[in-house]
Design a binder for this molecule. Structure first.
Ligand code: 5AD
Ligand code: SF4
Length: 480
């Protein structure tokens, strides 16, 4: 299959060696029910990347004998993996820190650590502001956690917020936390080089770097062998994934990586997030069309539907470019669902420009969107160079208009699925009833349907849709 591309052929052979299990089969140790074992409790906020990072942290801690617990009252180490993307996200973290302080009072010796973007953004300031925080660890410093915990045990404050140009945690087998045993994240790259003017991520997560392609494929194989049937390849901007094998000089693009993971097993679904409109190539779209197991769903954040605002946001594409990408998706993958991120009330946005965002939601026919009003973040280009001049009430009103329209479009999108039959990967019991299963179709829509004997999570079934809300499809199992 890769014969037209000799560089990939070499890689594939090397990956077969991985598949035989020598490189990656590092099991997480079983928890030992030992009263002396120290326990850690971890909460994660923000993007999927943070949840994925927490699984790396859990693995690092379990290697040094810590056991995970879901009960913070019995933990010796409370960790919070934080998000800085909007002010509200940071407020939530500070509220949680107040709760952890209470646990510390009743359980002296318990350590509290702040991980992730807020740790990186605030650095030592966090130790000054939040007196009961013992550890501050940035996203590239998790390997240092055991050493910092030991130092904090001796009464010192532990801090490492060093950002790396190389760290990808490629060799660490994540310990799956709160997993449904069916779908899992695989982090394929870290950081972001894009410098969107509103965004704090390039400052908190550092420069973009791509992870070793072998270790990604090996992680997919490992997950499949453990019963998982869906992997989501994660990065801030997956389309700019590029990895060069240091031994052979072979290069792997995102389209090639996607193909390699899709070939692991035909019944292992592959998803990815997030795509950047400026980098999403037709090659990626053709790869998606070629493999049934690459899900027909793209998260393609537009942020704004107006070219002037997009320019101020430094998104490096305009409305026309984005529409061209939408058309390419429709042409190459007609059954593909598209979702978006939208920011209402960015600096200097006029009512007409806001209308352009609304018309883009209509035009793109998004199946869903994540919608926010602009929140100025210290240190970003927008904070330094642009005036945050849209009054809060106006931002909120525009956001409400965006949400109202998207809800209508999602409803219409889902209503159009009535009468269709989808292949659904069963994830578990539905939230509302243990008589029903929930699962997703290829387009990433949640489907709820009555259980059938003999079927279990991790298996595929065909479901014919007879009802839909703006958030969920409902149906019945049918023979296919
Ligand atoms: N204000 C509001 N929303 C933001 N996002 C990123 N930075 C900000 C900000 N300062 C949104 C973008 C991004 C998503 C992850 O969060 O839409 O795609
Ligand atoms: Fe932030 Fe833009 Fe990078 Fe996304 S692509 S993480 S919005 S800088």
């Amino acid at each position: 299959m890769y014969n037209d591309n000799p560089t990939l052929e070499g890689l594939k052979n090397e990956i077969v060696e991985c598949k035989q299990g020598e490189v990656f089969h590092k099991e997480n140790p079983e928890p030992t029910p030992d009263a002396d074992t120290r326990k850690f409790y971890i909460e994660s906020y923000g993007c999927q990347m943070n949840f994925s990072d927490s699984e790396i942290v859990a693995s690092i801690l379990s290697e040094v004998g810590f056991q995970s617990t879901r009960n913070m009252e019995e933990s010796d180490l409370i960790l919070i993996n934080t998000c800085s993307i909007r002010e509200k996200a940071e407020d939530t973290v500070r509220k949680r820190l107040r709760v952890f302080d209470k646990v510390k009072e009743t359980r002296p010796g318990t350590l509290v650590g702040v991980l992730g973007c807020m740790a990186e953004r605030l650095k030592t300031k966090l130790l000054d502001e939040e007196k009961l925080v013992d550890l501050v660890i940035g996203p590239d410093a998790y390997r240092d956690l055991p050493k910092l915990v030991a130092e904090a045990d001796d009464g010192e404050k532990g801090i490492n917020v060093f950002l790396s140009r190389e760290e990808t945690y490629a060799d660490i087998s994540p310990m799956r936390l709160d997993s449904n045993g069916v779908s899992a994240f695989i982090s394929i790259m870290r950081g972001c080089d894009n410098m969107c003017s509103f965004c704090v991520v390039p400052f908190t997560r550092g420069r973009e770097r791509s992870r070793d392609a072998f270790s990604i494929v090996a992680e997919a194989v490992d997950l499949y062998n453990k019963g998982y049937r869906e992997v989501t390849l994660l990065g801030q901007n997956v389309d700019s994934y590029k990895w060069e094998n240091p031994e052979t000089g072979n290069r792997v693009s995102f389209a090639e990586l996607l193909e390699m993971v899709a070939q692991v097993y035909p019944d292992l679904r592959v998803r990815f997030s997030t795509s950047h409109p400026k980098d999403m190539t037709d090659e990626v779209l053709h790869t998606m069309a070629k493999y049934e197991n690459i899900c027909k769903y793209i998260h393609l954040p537009v942020q704004s539907g107006n070219s002037r605002v997009l320019d101020l946001m430094n998104r490096t594409y305009d409305r026309e470019w984005y529409i061209d990408r939408l058309e390419a998706i429709k042409r190459i993958i007609p059954d593909c669902a598209i979702s978006s991120d939208i920011i209402a009330g960015f600096c200097t946005e006029t009512e007409e420009e806001h209308q352009d965002t609304l018309s883009m939601i209509e035009l793109a026919n998004y199946s869903m969107s994540y919608m926010f009003f602009y929140s100025e973040r210290p240190g970003t280009v927008a904070a330094r160079k642009l005036e945050d001049d849209i009054p809060l009430e106006v931002k909120k009103r525009r956001l409400q208009e965006v949400i109202r329209l998207q809800t209508q479009i999602s409803y219409r999108h889902n209503q159009r699925d009535i009468g269709k039959t989808f292949k659904v990967l069963i994830e578990g019991d539905s939230k509302k009833s243990d008589q029903d299963f929930k699962g997703r179709n290829s387009q990433n829509k949640m489907v709820v349907f009555p259980k059938q004997e003999g079927l279990k999570p991790g298996e595929y079934t065909w479901v014919k849709i007879h009802d839909a809300t703006s958030a969920t499809l409902k149906g019945e199992i049918v023979e296919k």
